[in-house]
Design a protein around this ligand. Sequence first.
Ligand code: AMP
Length: 370
Amino acid sequence: MVVKLHDLYFKPFVNANELDGVVQRMVNEIAADIGDEIPVFVGIMNGSFMFVSDFVKKYPNPCEVTFIKLASYEGVKSTEDIQRLIGLTQDLTGRTVVILEDIIDSGNTLEEVHRIFKNENVKQLLIATLFYKPEAYNKDFKLHYIGKEIPNKFIVGYGLDYDGLGRDLPDVYQLKTTQHMTNIVLFGPPGAGKGTQANFLKEKYDLVHISTGDVFRYNIKNETALGMLAKSYMDKGELVPDQVTIDMLNKEVEKNADANGFIFDGFPRTNAQAKALDELMDSKDSQINAMVALEVDDEVLVERLLKRGETSGRADDADESIIRNRIKEYYDKTAILKDYYSAQDKYYGVDGVGSIEDITERLSAVIDKL
Ligand code: AMP
């Protein structure tokens, strides 16, 4: 699940279960190195509070825990300017001190920590950090224990915040880098009016319309290799094989990398295609927001398609038995996708019988609520 904090969207990154394993491994390493000595664990407030809490609960031997409070983040950018809000309040002469940091990125906070401990005469100062961003780190201080190296992207949760929000989340989330897209699967049997409606909706919501049927027909017209391959299936009203269709769709999406979102028309038509689409959206830090389905009776469909065939020039609209085969393909292979999207609470059925304007209204009502 994507979470919204203030104006930004964050996607799941490291779940609580994985965090638990990472913390346990750090505990094991540190306990093995320190042995019987009683260490002082120093958490860096605020971000480390959950990490420190889980860490010391798992620590197998006696230990002391204290905190210093530093502030370094403003918004999502690391600032040079570290404020020391609460410093050390006890004498640590001769002690083994382990700093517990939630995250080390630029190393500015760590530099301040070293400044704080310079004259404390501790026996040793060890640095342990749950997260580490190697690409952002620009200091030379040794990091003795690292929980998990992560890319240089802003994260929240498990103590880490974005402008005050997100510290309470048990999982860690990563900032989504692309802007928020609206992606809609326009669904329904052949002849339901998907293409007609998509033309209105793409204007209204400034979305890119991708019709896999149109792309195939374009390729057939231009006699490309893809077109030749697709034609043999399309002429019979059968589905083109998944991998061919998925590869083609990926290319169409890539061509519109900076779109506000997409209307997918005629795709996905199988479970494999739906999964591929989810993966593609995920790779773009995005998701399918809704499947909006036009519901129309079979006999109305056949009638509409035969009528369209009089002018469309589409071979698969001209013959009633091919039309019926396309509708059968829809029920045999495609209709199951209603379950796929229903399971994610993303299915919206819309009555597809009526005037074009009325149906556009009904679809818009759904999209406006997303
Ligand atoms: P359409 O224009 O959506 O009615 O599609 C016309 C024909 O193109 C279909 O009957 C299929 O042969 C082929 N086609 C379009 N989209 C897909 C898809 N997602 N998967 C497989 N075949 C497709």
